[in-house]
Structure formats: C-alpha cells, structure tokens
Ligand binder design. Structure first.
Ligand code: SF4
Ligand code: SF4
Length: 189
C-alpha cells in the first residue's frame, strides 16, 4: 500500500484547531526557546493553521488580488514590533474551491507541499489530520512519502536558517520567519 491522496479537502478546510495534543506540545516546546529570546507568539497553537514565510505571503496576497479573494493572514511571531512569521489565519483556506481544489496549487506554500509530513528536529512525523496518512502510522515515512519529506526537509532547513539569523542579528532587516511545519495539501486541480 502506498499513500494516495484522495482529495478529500480536509487539509484545506479543517485547518484551524486541527493539531493533536502531542503536536501542540511539540509546537509549544519549539516556541518556548524563542520566547526566551524576545520573540512573541501571537497565536495560540490550538488556533494555528498554515505557517507562511514572508515571501509566500507576498505571492499569496498578489494572487488573492488577481483572483478576487479577501485574504487576511494573521501575524504569528513578533520581535521588537516586527512581524517575523505569519499564519494563514483561516480554518478553511480562502484559496480552496470545492470543485477545483487549491486555486493556487502551483504557488502553494511550502508547508502545503510537505503535508502530511513534518520534520521534527531529526525525524519525520505524519500529521493526524489527513485520514489517508493515518493508515501509515508506524511505517517508514521517508520511503512512503519521499516527495513530501523533501519539502518538509526544505521547510525545516529554512526555519533553522531563519532562526539562526534572527538570533544572531535580531529582528530588523525586513520581515522574517520561523514556523512549525503544519500546512496542507496534496490534491491537485
Ligand atoms: S492530503 Fe489532504 S486532501 Fe489528500 S487525503 Fe490527506 S487530507 Fe485529504
Ligand atoms: S493547498 Fe492551497 S487551498 Fe490548501 S491550504 Fe494550501 S494554499 Fe490553501
């Protein structure tokens, strides 16, 4: 049995409040260290949806304007008054269309590309939200989800890079980010 997205849309329409208790604990642990360094988390992990890098926000805002969508992402992490990471801000993604699926599929954010995989420090985990992925619990994630693992790895590396930069330089040179790796989506148009 290999993973096959059945395009149920769950990962795009039930995003907020979707994390399991264990996932919330992992998220909170990750943020605790940042808080010690003056980075404030503005969203309760229970309400988080898709984490977005600043350049992704820019692309999505542009696409939203083109398509005619009222897209209002939420600031998520702030340091010295500067927003360094965003959250999609919706439980149901405004870019999701019942018939077409993701309307920005080829531009979807990294977290959506990695879904249902996240990287936690040195290993990959599957997010509970995806009903198909649940069938793979206990299996070799890298083998069963090779493409998603590549994106999850990229996501993780980017977070780590940004985190290092933030901690070395402090906030101040534009909007920066750090995220927790929970996005959505595998189904196509
Ligand atoms: S990846 Fe998303 S659309 Fe595909 S089966 Fe999982 S929850 Fe459903
Ligand atoms: S894949 Fe597309 S529709 Fe789904 S959450 Fe991501 S951006 Fe939204």
């Amino acid at each position: 049995m290999t993973f096959s997205c059945r395009r149920c849309g769950t990962c795009c329409t039930k995003i907020g409040g979707r994390f399991s208790k264990k996932e919330i604990e992992l998220i909170e642990r990750g943020f605790r260290n940042l808080e010690k360094r003056g980075i404030r988390l503005l969203i309760d992990p229970k309400d988080m949806s898709v984490p977005l890098f600043p350049d992704e926000i820019e692309v999505m805002l542009g696409l939203a304007e083109e398509i005619g969508i009222d897209f209002r992402p939420r600031p998520k992490l702030v340091k010295d008054g500067e927003i360094i990471e965003w959250d999609l801000g919706y439980s149901r993604c405004p870019f999701y269309d019942e018939e077409r699926g993701c309307m920005i599929y080829s531009h979807r954010p990294l977290a959506c590309r990695a879904f249902p995989v996240i990287k936690i420090v040195d290993h990959f985990e599957l997010l509970d939200l995806c009903p198909e992925a649940r069938k793979f619990k206990g299996r070799d994630i890298e083998r069963e989800f090779p493409q998603e693992c590549i994106y999850a790895e990229r996501f993780f590396e980017r977070i780590e890079r940004e985190k290092r930069r933030l901690l070395q330089e402090g906030a101040g040179a534009g909007i920066r980010t750090r995220a927790t790796g929970l996005g959505s989506q595998r189904h196509n148009l």
